[in-house]
Design a protein around this ligand. Sequence first.
Ligand code: SAM
Length: 285
Amino acid sequence: MTDPTVTEPRYPMVRLEVAAADAEEIGVALFEHGASGVEEQDETTLERAAPGRAVLIAHFAEVADAEACAEATGGALGFIEGEDWRHAWKAFFKPTRVGERLWVRPSWEPLDAGPQDVVIVIDPGQAFGTGTHETTRLVLGLLERLGPEGARVLDVGCGSGILAIGALKLGAREARAVDVDPIAVRTTLENAADNDVTIDATTTPIDDVDGDYELVLANIRSPILIPMRAALAARLAPGGQLVLSGLLVSEEDEVRAAFDEVLAYVDRRVQGDWLALVYRARDAG
Ligand SMILES: C[S@@+](CC[C@H](N)C(=O)[O-])C[C@H]1O[C@@H](n2cnc3c(N)ncnc32)[C@H](O)[C@@H]1O
């Protein structure tokens, strides 16, 4: 049994998003503020920064130093308890409202939700998708607006499973999910169980997925999405909609030109540098 008088150590950290070109200089300044270590994350890491940006997480031994550093740099202060300090990003993953009714809550944080709220519980493990990234939030916001009630949903590049879980909690009939990464598939299945929903998640390549879907969601970067356009379009039921995310605003023309060839453009949404597009299956004939 755990002894309640023994508290776990708390590790203070400060998180800053900066231009990638300034990361080294700002990293040095963080050490001058008393940081004992600084981690740099970029567009390839779990907490993905936009291209040209970097996320710095500075670790501190003393809370007072971390507070002073956060104040001086405009960074966010966060804490990790116990041995989870290896996963520094967890300190900054808090319950977050991601739509009118939708919330994302880390499995280790409580949330006092209202009766109308719909809460997705996530432990991303090593998979992408905490709901704190713009690309995920854009899709969740669109999901609420499009209304997945009764829909069959396909989540391509499911990561933590956050989008498929959100769709099911908003009333989708069933969800299929695929990801090239077996860890993402395992994480999706675990998160589905934690949310009391069922997702058919596998590493099946998109070309081999069968069936058709009223809603297809794909939050992956454009160099992967563009060559996938015919396969994505082929999975749409008549009148079905595709939500694309993971796109930079600067890529809009290129992505539009590619997807306009196979689908009918419906709408766009932007958060910061990130763009999501909505397409609809073209009428047959
Ligand atoms: C940005 S994450 C999105 C995770 C989650 N769907 C979200 O919205 O937060 C992109 C995911 O796509 C997966 N992925 C990359 N290339 C893929 C491909 N060709 N087919 C399926 N999944 C792919 C990655 O492994 C990763 O989990």
